[in-house]
Design a protein around this ligand. Structure first.
Ligand code: GLY
Ligand code: MN
Ligand code: MN
Length: 437
């Protein structure tokens, strides 16, 4: 659980960086599915990270230079009629105490009350994101403030994105955040282990999906962190396969890429295993290469290593394996430089993980990759995908029929520690001995 004191510390950390500026964050909007039907509400991750407040139609203002109100919230007021239809609201009074704001106003007063927090600010910290309406509101508001500058002699002279500050903070996970991530991982590990035993020939992919997601929700998760991928046979060659409607057959592989979202923190795990039996020789050879690539890549996840190093390591091991099998031909370094491996391996080896599945934060600063630090969480997820229709790079050999239709990915969630790393998702087996029946 994240305590109010931690949210407070995060806001203080942000305010220490913005001097005489004022930072503004908008909650996520309610997304409409169709007509009057709405998607389940999912809070904006930055807004949630700084407030812990989980309602739509809200704005948070951080004004470190203001005499009395450094943290101000605008929220939906309590209104029985609206709550009967749309769910409970914390309301103005309770938000002050529960969220720890210095002042709380009904959202309808935003236009009127915001002025006092901006008139003396030297800049507005606001990320011009996907909320077009609010972007326009902020720009109009700024324009009005600028128009009054001559008389007042104060007011924001620029708008600066909050992303570099807030996303830099979000990249390093606190002990409390890691505790929640471990819970997301534990639930997802249980789901994967159950799914592997459940996935027998004759069953449908959607049955496996249901088993996974049943465990997610039964264990208190919000639900899947992303649409669960349950891909049997050649479906495993489709990276974002989510139809999940095929009957699984003996002698095929099943690729499951699924994780839950718990307290808004996500797990992201992929395993590939034979359905109800043993690997065929081709499946086994390719699996060994991917596993080797993943283990070597994980060994590169440690403090001080540039972010890209584990990806480069994975690519080298995969390419070496493909050359040994005759699936790639030519000079090793040239294959890598010219990316001739891409028909077999077309994605990167990982991403940051946290409140977002593909979590925020820079991978690079200019030309240099960010160095890994304790508290970073990354996924390591190499794969090989031999699509039945695979088109190899120019000058490369045709792929023999026996390899086609095999897709393999192995994905773990890795915490960078002071000593090296910890594989958070180690509870789902991946060695051949452990996953063959
Ligand atoms: N499941 C999404 C990903 O692996 O990036
Ligand atoms: Mn991933
Ligand atoms: Mn994944």
């Amino acid at each position: 659980m994240i305590l109010q004191t931690e949210y407070h510390q995060r806001r203080e950390q942000l305010m220490a960086k913005i001097g005489n500026g004022t930072a503004i964050f908008h909650s996520a909007p309610i997304a409409v599915m169709h007509n009057d039907v709405e998607y389940a509400f999912r809070q904006d991750s930055d807004f949630f990270y700084l407030t812990g407040f989980n309602e739509p139609e809200a704005v948070a203002v951080l004004a470190p230079h203001h005499q009395e109100h450094r943290f101000v919230l605008f929220v939906q007021p309590k209104e029985l009629e609206k709550e009967i239809w749309g769910g409970y609201r914390l309301g103005v009074e309770a938000a002050k105490e529960k969220i720890g704001a210095d002042e709380v106003y009904p959202i309808a007063q935003l236009e009127e009350k915001l002025f006092q927090y901006l008139e003396k600010a030297d800049r507005i910290y606001y990320h011009l994101g996907q909320n077009e309406n609010f972007n326009s509101f902020i720009l109009r508001y700024w324009q009005r403030l600028m128009a009054g500058y001559q008389k007042r002699g104060t007011g924001p002279m620029a708008i600066e994105s909050t992303n570099p500050i807030v996303h830099g903070m979000r990249q390093i996970k606190s002990a409390a955040e890691l505790e929640i991530m471990r819970q997301a991982v534990a639930i997802s590990v249980e789901a994967h282990n159950h799914a592997r035993e459940f996935a027998q020939p004759g069953r449908y992919e959607y049955e496996v999906q249901a088993e996974l997601e049943y465990i997610f929700v039964r264990q208190g998760a919000i639900g899947p962190a992303y649409p669960s991928i349950v891909a049997s046979g050649a479906n495993s060659c489709v990276l974002h396969y989510i139809e999940n409607n095929r009957q699984m057959q003996e002698n095929e592989l099943l690729l499951i890429d699924a994780g839950c979202s718990y307290g808004y923190y996500n797990a992201d795990i992929t395993r590939t295993f034979p359905i109800g039996s043993k690997f065929t020789p081709e499946q086994k050879i390719l699996y060994e290469i991917v596993l080797h690539a993943q283990l070597e890549a994980i060994a590169q996840v440690k403090p001080g290593n540039p972010y890209n190093q584990f990806h480069e390591t994975a690519v080298r091991v995969l390419v070496e394996g493909l050359i040994d099998l005759g699936l790639l031909a030519g000079d090793f370094e040239e294959i890598i430089k010219e990316e001739k491996y891409k028909p077999f391996y077309m994605h990167r080896t990982g991403h940051w993980l946290g409140l977002d599945v593909h979590d925020c934060g820079a991978y690079k600063h200019g030309d240099s990759w960010q160095n890994l630090q304790p508290g970073h969480v990354v996924t390591v997820e190499p794969g090989l995908y031999i699509n039945p229709e695979i088109k190899t790079a120019e000058g490369q050999p045709e792929v023999d029929q026996r390899w086609r239709g095999i897709g393999i990915r192995i994905e773990d969630d890795i915490l960078v520690t002071a000593e090296g790393n910890e594989v958070l998702t180690a509870g789902v087996p991946k060695s051949i001995d452990d996953i063959e029946l």
